[in-house]
Design a protein around this ligand. Structure first.
Ligand code: IPE
Ligand code: IPE
Ligand code: MG
Length: 252
């Protein structure tokens, strides 16, 4: 483990500043092991702790975890209730640890329409960690990119209507500053576990040039070393942003 971490760190300028993860496959992992789906969610919290620790070790500054989508409300009520309870319990049990490790919690998503109990816990954790800056841990909670983009459009339209801005002032910077991720750099790397190769309404705007990494491991199987593997893979890639390879070599 130390070897792979040293390797990542020796390529310091290619350590991603922001890693985003679609934590997928809890249910299938549980079924595979002859258990109920909720057992998978419970075990998944261990992987969350692993990737937080790995991010701090590797020097990643922002870690975004997709915890609950706008569409996840469509699941059976018992599963949704369990996930909300798990969230409350996890915040309760991990808050001190976050604080002592200098981790700041941030949340993106439609938090206003979360159950009151969840909202209170989240708000408290945001407040309690607000002065930390070792790692920004961003939880995508009741998040959906189409919802986010629709909100942004309404906010900008409202400002035009009020005469605060002109239509011609609207550019990509302005759009980004009206998303829930305002002020957060776009992820350089996005990881999805469980073998699915789709975005599932996650960060549609922000992922425009993100490197995508897919692994067949289910989320409860994804550990610290797997996170480093993903970063190592990322470090081998050439990000061209529309240019050609020769240009990038000249710029070096
Ligand atoms: C991801 O695992 C966790 C959430 C979406 C909350 P799933 O619950 O989607 O597990 P699978 O994909 O059904 O196996
Ligand atoms: C995406 O996983 C959402 C989260 C990980 C929170 P899903 O399991 O909900 O995605 P789909 O439905 O398979 O696309
Ligand atoms: Mg899933």
């Amino acid at each position: 483990m130390k070897d792979i971490l040293d390797k990542i760190k020796s390529n310091k300028e290619k350590v991603p500043v922001h890693v985003a993860i679609i934590m997928d496959g809890n249910g299938r992992w549980a079924k595979k092991n002859g258990k109920e789906r909720i057992y998978g969610h419970q075990e998944g919290t261990k992987s969350v702790k692993e990737v937080i620790r790995a991010s701090v070790n590797a020097g990643v500054k922002y870690l975004t975890l997709y915890a609950f989508s706008k569409e996840n409300w469509r699941r059976p009520k018992e599963e949704v209730d369990f996930l909300m309870e798990l969230l409350i319990r996890s915040i309760e049990s991990e808050l001190d640890e976050l604080k002592s490790n200098g981790i700041r919690l941030l949340v993106i998503g439609d938090t206003d329409s979360l159950p009151e109990k969840v909202k209170d816990k989240v708000d408290n954790a945001l407040e309690e960690t607000k002065n930390n800056d070792t790692l920004y841990l961003i939880i995508a909670l009741n998040y959906g990119a189409r919802w986010e983009i629709t909100q942004m459009t309404k906010k900008i339209a409202e400002r035009v209507k009020k005469g605060e801005i002109y239509v011609d002032d609207i550019d990509d910077k302005m759009v980004a500053s009206h998303l829930t991720t305002a002020g957060i750099p776009d992820p350089e790397l996005m990881i999805r576990t469980s073998g699915e190769k789709r975005i599932s309404n996650f960060l549609l705007w922000q992922l425009a040039y993100t490197e995508l990494y897919f692994t067949d491991k289910f989320w409860p199987e994804f550990k610290e070393a797997d996170f480093y593997e993903a970063i190592l893979d990322y470090q081998k890639r050439e990000r061209r942003f529309g240019k050609i390879s020769e240009q990038l070599k000249q710029e070096k």
